[in-house]
Write a protein that binds this ligand. Structure first.
Ligand SMILES: [Zn+2]
Ligand SMILES: [Zn+2]
Length: 187
């Protein structure tokens, strides 16, 4: 039975409002013996939720307030945004610990693979569902690795593949991955 605490999501992720590790530093108490990091709360903007995980609320006029899971913020600062379905588990057993070294995860397996065949004026591509082998006939958001860089791509069947940053993707040299987006223009 899985008993290790599992890292929660951001209650309300607002792009651009996530605090940096430096901004969080004054509120982090590092325990020396076991290396746990604890979040100093007792403020309306800093608290622990019902599962014991540290949360911070960041407000910036005129944007909505963002509410962030502090351990996830620190982990994502190190590894990049974790794709959906990435299970993150505590390795020290303390849900309130925010030391990124005390949380472990495995990238989930991609749902699709990219098949491409060369044709006279380039190549044609299709996304295939890994589990069933079925060809996907609708648009899908995927992460594609090209030359070691992970881009975000909205793949529309029978249309050229283009990443969010504008990069035109050669499907013969791209593969579906589930990792953090590493292209700055695709974030
Ligand atoms: Zn810990
Ligand atoms: Zn990109």
């Amino acid at each position: 039975m899985e008993t290790r605490p599992r890292l929660g999501r951001h209650p309300n992720y607002v792009s651009g409002l996530a605090p940096t590790p430096d901004a969080l530093k004054p509120y982090i108490d590092c325990e020396l013996v076991h290396g746990h990091w604890f979040f100093l709360d007792r403020k309306p903007t800093r608290r622990h939720d019902a599962t014991g995980q540290a949360m911070i609320r960041v407000r910036q006029f005129p944007l909505d307030a963002g509410v962030f899971n502090v351990a996830r913020v620190l982990l994502e600062h190190r590894h990049g945004e974790l794709p959906p379905r990435t299970a993150v588990y505590s390795t020290c057993g303390l849900p309130q610990c925010i030391n990124p070294d005390h949380w472990a995860f495995a990238w989930p397996a991609p749902r699709y693979r990219l098949d491409a065949v060369p044709v006279a004026d380039g190549s044609v591509w299709r996304l295939v569902v890994q589990k069933t082998g079925a060809v996907l006939d609708r648009a899908a958001a995927v992460l594609l690795e090209i030359d070691g860089v992970v881009h975000r791509v909205d793949a529309l069947p029978e249309r050229p593949l283009a990443a969010a940053c504008g990069t035109v993707v050669d499907p013969l040299h791209a593969s579906v991955v589930t990792r953090a987006v590493s292209c700055q223009g695709c974030r």
